[in-house]
Design a protein around this ligand. Structure first.
Ligand code: 4NP
Length: 157
């Protein structure tokens, strides 16, 4: 039986890029009026239980999503069966996800920007060590990809 899609976005810390990808994707599925379970996680355990970075909270609020209650968590083995799609924010995290994928698990792994025609293979740059303007670029990248990904679920790809 075909399962409803569910998406887990994964970056390194789960406090900057993947919470923003989750927020942007929530905007898109609401606009399209489709139901898709969504969450985000980090490959590292560095920020487990923490709120997103204050700069991420600020840009999401500007775009109409309150991510202040999101909390960092690390991906676990069960996520590979819980979610139909696990989407990495960059190549390094995709490689980590591949290494950790339990044999026989069902999730389809992909790179976020592979969902954007013409941007295949690109990663979303880590804004953590830069200034606030880096988060504008992060939002632009994740929202473009979130739109493309959400649309792919409507057309039933
Ligand atoms: P994220 O950004 O992977 O987009 O959440 C980072 C957050 C924290 C660190 C690195 C990247 N850190 O080194 O603590």
């Amino acid at each position: 039986m075909q399962r409803n899609p569910s998406v887990l976005f994964v970056c390194l810390g789960n406090i900057c890029r993947s919470p923003l990808a989750e927020a942007a994707f929530r905007n898109e599925i609401a606009a399209l009026e489709i139901e898709v379970e969504v969450d985000s996680a980090g490959t590292s355990n560095w920020h487990v239980g923490e709120s997103p970075d204050s700069r991420a909270i600020a840009i999401a609020a500007e775009k109409g999503v309150d991510i202040g209650a999101y909390r960092g968590r690390q991906i676990v083995a069960a996520d590979y069966d819980k979610f139909t799609h696990i989407v990495a924010l960059d190549d390094e995290n995709l490689a980590t996800l591949e290494v950790r994928q339990p044999r026989g698990s069902s999730a389809q792994l992909s790179l976020l920007l592979d969902h954007v025609p013409g941007r295949e293979g690109e990663g979303v740059a880590d804004p953590y060590f830069g200034g606030a303007d880096g988060f504008d670029q992060t939002w632009a990248d994740v929202s473009e990809a979130a739109r493309a990904l959400a649309k792919s679920f409507v057309s039933g790809r």
